[in-house]
Unconditional design. Structure first.
Length: 280
């Protein structure tokens, strides 16, 4: 028997964000850039700031991020997204300005720009996607590549004795006086994706409240250059990246007040990751 439900009784619980455009993705299968894009777009919609938001695209896999967001956007030279965002914010202090950067862009060629943006306390929001490798250029070793991890430029695995240890950008930037909000989250399962969205919202709110520089680091997958299936890549984040890049809040302003501070399903503990400052 077929039961007809009146349309007036149907309530949408999941929809395409208005702040995302309807274009085919250029990202590889299993890449979590798409998840990060959706989370940012959902938060922009929920805050009702789409017409007041300006994004800055970096160079790397996310070089076309301006195609996906239905907001104003600027394209920065390699590594210079924070500098471009600083200029935009100073000219348009009433706008919500964010950068979207990978680890090669932010932690390598752009490390001077991100450090000085944090030193100055520029009121911008940075989303740092860390997949421990150079993606677009062919899978070379990045500053965030794990010891022993094989890449196209370290085929025998990263040798920490000659190339150093992975650069932990959240811990580094959190030490700077101008940094107001610095946290690290992961995109490897539903619980952590929900926590990532909460952090993204809070990072935007820090900017809205004029508290200073904010950054959310997101541990992300790169199945193509890691030589893994998408499922195995998520396991690599959980088992290898999270221990190397502990999740947690590294700096949160004491006077920061967020509507998300109330308890929610996002606060459910996950048993599969070690903690850093109390954050699984």
């Amino acid at each position: 028997m077929t039961v007809m439900v009146p349309e007036t009784l149907l309530t949408p619980v999941y929809a395409y964000p208005e702040s995302l455009t309807h274009v085919p993705t250029h990202y590889c299968p299993g890449c979590t850039h798409g998840i990060a894009h959706r989370l940012i777009a959902e938060v922009i919609d929920e805050l009702g700031v789409r017409q007041d938001t300006i994004g800055v695209a970096s160079v790397g896999c996310s070089v076309f991020s301006y195609r996906y967001f239905a907001t104003d956007f600027a394209q920065a030279p390699h590594g210079r997204a924070p500098a471009v965002a600083t200029g935009i914010k100073r000219v348009h202090p009433d706008r919500l300005v964010f950068t979207y950067q990978g680890d090669g862009d932010l932690a390598s060629i752009g490390i001077a720009e991100i450090l000085h943006a944090a030193v100055r306390g520029d009121p911008i929001t940075v989303f740092f996607v860390n997949n421990a490798i150079y993606g677009m250029t062919g899978g070379q070793m990045a500053p965030t590549t794990l010891p022993g991890q094989k890449t196209s430029s370290s085929p025998l695995g990263r040798d920490a004795a000659t190339t150093g240890a992975p650069l932990r950008m959240s811990e580094l930037l959190a030490q700077l006086d101008g940094a107001a909000y610095v946290v690290r989250r992961s995109l490897h399962d539903v619980v952590h994706i929900r926590r990532a969205k909460k952090a993204i919202r809070q990072a935007f709110e820090v900017q809205q409240q004029g508290l200073g520089f904010a950054m959310v680091e997101l541990l992300s997958s790169c199945p193509t250059n890691w030589g893994m299936t998408p499922e195995a890549a998520l396991g690599f984040i959980r088992d290898e990246m999270v221990p190397a890049f502990p999740l947690g809040d590294f700096k949160v302003p004491g006077d920061f007040k967020s509507p998300d501070d109330v308890k929610s399903p996002d606060d459910v503990k996950s048993p599969d990751a070690p903690t850093a400052k109390g954050q699984a």
